[in-house]
Design a protein around this ligand. Sequence first.
Ligand code: XMP
Length: 325
Amino acid sequence: TWTAGNVIAEQVAAIRAQVGDARVICGLSGGVDSSVAAALVQKAVGDQLTCVFVDHGLLRAGEAEQVEQDFVAATGVNLKVVDATEQFLSALAGVTDPEAKRKIIGREFIRTFEAAAREIVEEAGQDEEVRFLVQGTLYPDVVESGGGEGAANIKSHHNVGGLPEDLQFELVEPLRTLFKDEVRAVGLELGVPEGIVWRQPFPGPGLGIRIVGAVDADRLAVLRAADAIAREELTAAGLDRDIWQCPVVLLADVRSVGVQGDGRTYGHPIVLRPVSSEDAMTADWSRLPYEVLARISSRITNEVPEVNRVVLDVTSKPPGTIEWE
Ligand code: XMP
């Protein structure tokens, strides 16, 4: 019979057999898959594992802390955090095209991860070989690795296959036989924080592709504040498991006239994009209760001064994609 405990026991044995005494590295994204994969490897080989978390400055409120504090506290993993915000924001300055943003973010990510991996290799010294790289590949990723818009493509931004010749790793993929719900069960059994285990999908390029227009620190702060309010209210309403994900999008180059108190405002719109879906290939807009939408709208316009309008996206996929970029 399938139990999370059996899977953990099997995988721990398999990881130990594969890795032996060698050192292992793992890139953490803050998502479910990389976190559970890292927790499994940590359970199997402990301090032989070092995780790398690249903070690209495009994360939502609280996400870096969730990895740096909660995940580390829960698993005891060795974590190397690289704060690369400045580097990513200067590479993104003035860029508005969505695919150009993705390319830049992907390139900077690999560059940063590679530098961190090199440091870990150097710190390990001559006699301790860093031979293995953990990947949170799931069963559907293995099956659908044909590309297209499937998981393999979605993951491309966190793919470190582009590492140079002298930094080639053998892969450790302890989730290769599992589906998402099984990964969650394993994560819970391993004590991975619930906020990570139940995290909704979030794109690798992060808030960088949720600002329609150029990305900068001020715009990110506005979007981060609005997004935090939307997430807080959806969670408070108990809706997290009913919706697939809810992108919150800043239309940074659009302004509209509003009025607040005695004054005219000329602020930016925020778009709410709650969707229901099975696999992100198709989606429908979520019929959220009006009271929840009303609370999100009034809180965002009250608490985020740059925003004077909140709009709801009622487009299915197709024809609209889930993200706006
Ligand atoms: P779309 O917008 O194509 O999104 O309907 C489908 C799913 O993929 C996520 N997404 C991405 N994930 N890198 C990622 O890691 C990306 O560049 C990217 N673009 C979209 C999106 O959040 C949704 O879950």
